[in-house]
Ligand binder design. Structure first.
Ligand SMILES: *[C@@H]1O[C@H](CO)[C@@H](O)[C@H](O)[C@H]1NC(C)=O
Ligand SMILES: *[C@@H]1O[C@H](CO)[C@@H](O)[C@H](O)[C@H]1NC(C)=O
Length: 274
């Protein structure tokens, strides 16, 4: 939860740098008959990088005749997985922020909020790792397929009738940054698993082994909880009350003190990671 400010922001960076990308490569063909030459054949491509749909017209160096050629490869799977992960991470972290700030009581109720947050955070950090790795691999292959030297091999006239050379390679900085942001998001979410786990209060579960202490904790903690949430939720069953109370209050006690430490230490921790 301490990452509330960073998570949406870095998710936006990830999907904006990848999803908003468009690149261009250029080659030049100098035919034996100069009038047929084309010195700047520009090939544009963009997210989601279905290169097999990207085409260009190259002179055949036989008068005005040309051939239409398509690039090779399809990197949409990894690119779309990456962007989808980023979009959902963005939406979830926004939602979590809203719930955390405006529905604090509902969030604490039954310890359900912290538990869901813990599970979802774990799933997201795993997804970030998988999608960033897949996208890093996809990007490496994309660079290979859009290498002007590789593209020139597709053009038949370059084999004998023309002198062909690369003019411009695509600018990759945007996509390189997207991969970096992907792995950074993984670190951010993986690091937050720890905070999310603290919020669940599970690290207090060791206390259950000591009945005396547990009982006294229950005794002292029943009061504040029954005032706040029990009145809002008359549907709570009495038999489960003790269990719920204990867990919820343990979560509450720990989190209120920890949110403070989290808020104060969180940004510093993550700033350190940057
Ligand atoms: C050279 O190729 C580009 C496509 O990249 C095309 O727009 C342009 O008309 C061509 N020029 C000539 C002289 O054929
Ligand atoms: C070069 O091409 C032009 C038209 O495309 C043609 O008129 C001319 O005869 C060609 N020259 C040679 C040497 O092939």
């Amino acid at each position: 939860m301490c990452m509330v400010i960073f998570a949406p922001l870095f998710a936006i960076f990830a999907f904006a740098t990848c999803g908003g990308y468009s690149g261009q490569l250029q080659v030049s063909m100098d035919c034996l008959n100069k009038t047929d030459s084309n010195f700047s054949i520009a090939i544009d491509f963009a997210y989601p990088f279905r290169l097999y749909q990207v085409y260009f017209d190259a002179p055949l160096c036989e008068g005005k005749r040309r051939e239409r050629l398509f690039l090779d490869g399809d990197f949409s799977a990894s690119a779309e997985l990456f962007v989808t992960t980023a979009v959902f991470a963005f939406l979830y972290s926004l939602l979590a922020t809203v719930v955390y700030i405006f529905y604090q009581n509902k969030y604490r109720e039954n310890n359900r909020g912290p538990m869901v947050d813990f599970i979802v955070t774990t799933v997201f950090s795993f997804t970030w790792l998988v999608s960033s790795s897949a996208w890093a691999k996809g990007l490496a292959d994309l660079k290979e397929e859009t290498d002007p030297d590789k593209v020139l091999q597709l053009i038949s006239a370059c084999r004998m009738k023309a002198e062909c050379r690369p003019v411009q390679v695509p600018v990759w900085s945007g996509l390189n940054i997207s991969v970096v942001f992907g792995f950074f998001n993984f670190i951010l979410w993986a690091g937050n698993i720890w905070f999310a786990r603290k919020e669940t209060g599970w690290h207090h579960s060791g206390h259950h082994r000591y009945p005396l202490r547990s009982a006294s904790e229950k005794q002292s903690s029943r009061q504040p909880y029954s005032q706040s949430s029990f009145e809002e939720n008359p549907s709570f069953d009495q038999p489960m009350g003790g269990f719920i109370t204990q867990h919820a209050v343990l979560g509450q006690q720990s989190s209120y003190s920890q949110v403070g430490s989290c808020v104060s230490s969180g940004p510093i921790t993550f700033a350190g990671q940057i």
